[in-house]
Design a protein around this ligand. Structure first.
Ligand code: SAM
Ligand code: SF4
Length: 326
């Protein structure tokens, strides 16, 4: 189904939990966050109902996210339920990878196609500083487990954050010379009553690209400069893999946005960077039918904003990134 601005909306991101085993500096505070109590999270049954309604309005791709989606005990079952729904072409996941050594094979058996794994540096000290409870070795074990299980092509996500991992892009980009992976650098975004880090440690994609090119040589456009999902993709000469830039601040991709986001507590978020949401959980828990959910999706798609309003100083304030899922 098309929204009011002619965009085909067919990609649903589903947050399974707002909890996480890490505390990345730009995403979650170390202390003081309260989490949604388990009974208020959508159950696997409720999630399946939402996705069955989504299919009816044309959704084809589902991405599981969090918080950290692999912390949900029933994550394998949820993948399997979504994979079995006629009309869903791809179930994929965004994860920090820490639990993949234990569950990657089960996820593949259940129908998961690919994972985007988040690691902000290849340097152990830097990872500990920026991902706080994270360690590089655990992230790397997750990446290896994903590759071994066939969750390919591997995509790695890093958020470049001034003063924390400024140089990470060089070493991570070097990996693409020998690995058939896509390494993506994401611009820092402000959320949840923006924090000092989000506002003051932002680095533009142009700056990151310049840094990579000065060290490793020119980057050549892939796809003639067109977007691959939300990333503009490049390749170093002779490289096996590619390098993507996700630039929501310096070069927004709102014109091509094809997604809605379901939060773990059952709200449909209409734009990552806007507080507009529609409550699906109340409909689910007050005896709503399949057709009621389809109608809610139609309403959500029609109400999707044209784009974010950061340049006009309008910030998303009601949730942190961990409560939305990226
Ligand atoms: N825990 C999983 C992970 O880290 O991939 C899934 C959820 S996490 C919120 C999804 C993505 O959002 C990660 O790639 C993370 O780096 C990114 N992210 C978190 N906070 C961000 C922020 N303030 N600006 C830009 N990206 C952010
Ligand atoms: Fe957790 Fe992902 Fe947020 Fe890091 S970015 S704190 S891994 S949800």
């Amino acid at each position: 189904m098309k929204d009011s601005f002619g965009r085909e909306i067919n990609y649903l991101r589903v947050s399974l939990t707002d909890r996480c085993n890490l505390r990345c500096v730009y995403c979650m505070p170390m202390h003081g966050l309260t989490f949604v109590p388990n009974p208020e999270l959508l159950s696997a049954d409720e999630l399946e109902k939402v996705v069955r309604a989504a299919v009816e309005v044309g959704f084809k791709k589902i991405r599981l996210t969090g918080g950290e989606p692999t912390l949900r005990q029933d994550v394998v079952e949820i993948v399997e339920r979504f994979h079995r729904i006629d009309g869903i072409e791809q179930v994929v996941m965004t994860t920090n990878g820490y639990r993949l050594p234990y569950i990657a094979k089960d996820l593949v058996r259940a129908g998961l196609k690919r994972v985007n794994i988040h690691v902000d540096s290849l340097n152990k000290d830097t990872v500990s500083k920026i991902m706080r409870l994270g360690t590089f070795d655990k992230a790397w074990a997750g990446i290896e487990a994903a590759e071994k299980a066939g969750l390919t092509p591997i995509k790695l996500n890093a958020v470049i954050t001034r003063g924390y991992n400024d140089d990470a892009a060089i070493e991570m980009s070097r990996l693409t010379l020998t690995k058939p992976w896509q390494i993506r650098f994401i611009e820092l975004m402000p959320f949840g009553g923006p924090t000092e880090i989000q506002l003051d440690h932002y680095v533009s994609s142009d700056e990151t690209k310049g840094r990579i090119e000065r060290e490793l040589g020119p980057l050549f456009e892939v796809n003639g400069g067109d977007l691959d999902g939300e990333a503009r993709v490049y390749r170093l000469a002779g490289a096996e893999g590619t390098i993507g830039f996700i630039s929501p601040i310096s070069n927004p991709y709102c014109d091509g946005c094809n997604r809605l986001r379901l939060t773990a507590d059952g709200r449909m978020r209409l734009c990552l960077l806007s507080d507009k949401e529609i409550n699906f959980r109340d409909t689910l828990r007050n005896g709503g039918t399949h057709q009621d959910l389809v109608a809610l999706f139609q309403r959500a798609i029609r109400a999707k904003p044209v784009g974010h309003q950061l340049k006009n100083g309008v910030f998303a304030a009601n949730r942190t990134m961990s409560q939305i899922g990226g």
